[in-house]
Design a protein around this ligand. Structure first.
Ligand SMILES: [Zn+2]
Length: 459
């Protein structure tokens, strides 16, 4: 429901992530249109009226969470089919399944993924270009009310992943057209970026053209960036430098570029990234399930130290498998403590920043979202703390990071619009949608012949 003003009243705590990192106890928030108008003690806003009042007693309010890397389109239709020890055949199967989706299948599957994201408090996501029928999916983005960065992933080099390969000029033209057609739609809730899939499968010409398009159109560029091991060796023997240095020397990196995953960036190269102003989104949920050794191969603490804007993602529903930004936030807080045997690594407060304000900055949206501040977009999450896992409650940041998960999300607001209310999505019949997507998944598996039987007998 769109209303002119909303008042969130009597929250136990508002974790603002504002410049002073205030946690306001006994607080109320006034929203006017799509912006936050006031954040104050409940008593100070007692007389303020609004078209709609939400009772936030016993609730903790946070900024909406930002998921900076999540393939939205296909995975929910066939989620959970892949064995967890699947090797290099994993990605060709994933993109093979995705490539057969019809417009309607992709719209419904995307809508289910958005339902999961929003219900668990993620209000902004970046889909790194794997959506095939973006125009058809616009209905899902519009209906759900999410904030989204989209694009079309392109390559101009043969790849074993089943990612579409185009002649270079066509890949550039697809990127240009996608930005032109999509950027700024949904009342500005949608941005469109350049999305060359990865440096391994894109020519220098394509990478540079994508960067130029991002500059000219005042938008962003993202690409998959897993550059340790064999990739690093290949670059060293071909160019005599690391992949990160090569990309920086080429002129691809810059303040509007977001590197996804960021695995295998060396300590020296962290400074290279920092100097260019490029940003990084890490996907702990995918990294740990994929056995990436995140605490040693993803230098998150070093990047923060160097001043790099780092955000969090979850990658796709087939490799995470739960696409909940909060789970990535939890992992960011615990992985480095364990992996480096050092409890001072990534404090809970930093983990909250990664999932909110830093995550917003990593997508170039730090001025608009990521904190509960007057003048910012009203993207908010209300957690119901009348639940065992939230109690007892003294330090809401610790409880948010280490105790809670998305199941306690009660209400979600994006751009001032209530999209989840009392744990229920306001934009869809969830159970009906689930049944539709189950049928879509069964049909896709039958059409493609993709089959991974359960290791335990089902029958
Ligand atoms: Zn990805």
């Amino acid at each position: 429901m769109n209303v002119a003003s909303v008042k969130i009243e009597n929250a136990s705590f508002v974790i603002t992530v504002d410049p002073d990192r205030r946690i306001v106890a006994d607080a109320s928030i006034l929203i006017e249109g799509d912006r936050i108008a006031r954040v104050a003690k409940a008593d100070d806003l007692r007389d303020a009226s609004a078209d709609r009042v939400i009772d936030a007693s016993d609730m903790v309010v946070t900024p909406g969470f930002v998921n900076g890397h999540m393939h939205i389109s296909y995975a929910h239709a066939t989620r959970g089919i892949f064995p967890d020890d699947l090797g290099p055949e994993y990605l060709p199967n994933v993109f093979g399944l995705q490539s057969v989706m019809t417009e309607e299948e992709e719209r419904l599957t995307s809508l289910l993924a958005l339902t999961e994201l929003l219900k668990h408090g993620t209000t902004t996501l970046l889909d790194p270009g794997s959506t095939k029928h973006i125009e058809a999916c616009m209905a899902a983005y519009k209906d759900s009310g999410c904030r989204i960065i989209t694009g079309r992933h392109v390559t101009d080099r043969p790849n074993p992943l089943n990612v579409p390969v185009y002649p270079t000029a066509e890949a550039i033209e697809i990127t240009r057209r996608t930005i032109e057609d999509m950027d700024g739609r949904l009342s500005g809730r949608m941005r469109a970026w350049a999305m060359p899939f990865s440096p391994e499968y894109a020519s220098d010409e394509l990478l540079l053209a994508c960067r130029r398009l991002a500059d000219e159109r005042d938008t962003g560029l993202t690409l998959h960036f897993n550059v340790g091991g064999a990739t690093a060796e290949k670059y060293m023997s071909r160019y005599g430098v690391t992949p990160t240095r090569r990309l920086a020397d080429l002129g691809v990196l810059g303040p509007n570029v977001t590197l996804a995953h960021g695995l295998g960036i060396s300590r020296d190269d962290v400074d290279v990234v920092a100097v260019t102003g490029a940003r990084v989104v890490m996907c702990p949920t995918a990294a740990v399930k994929g056995g990436a050794g995140m605490a040693s191969t993803a230098l998150l603490p070093e990047m923060l130290e160097a001043g790099v804007d780092v955000g969090l993602g979850t990658d796709a529903g087939n490799n995470s498998n739960l696409v909940e930004t909060m789970r990535s936030m939890y992992l960011a807080a615990v992985l480095y403590k364990d992996g480096r045997r050092d409890v001072t690594q990534v404090p809970a407060e930093t983990a909250v920043e990664l999932a909110t304000l830093r995550g917003a900055r990593a997508l170039g949206l730090g001025d608009e979202i990521g904190s509960v501040e007057e003048g910012k977009r009203a993207d908010l999450v209300l957690f119901d703390t009348r639940r065992a896992e939230w109690r007892t409650l003294f330090n809401p940041v610790n409880n948010l990071v280490y105790n809670a998960d998305g199941r306690s999300v009660h209400t979600v607001i994006v751009d001032g619009r209530v999209v989840v209310e009392d744990h229920v999505p306001a934009f869809v019949d969830e159970w009906e949608l689930i049944q539709q997507v189950q049928r879509i998944g069964e049909d896709m598996l039958a059409r493609t012949g993709v089959r991974f039987p359960s290791r335990w007998p089902i029958g």
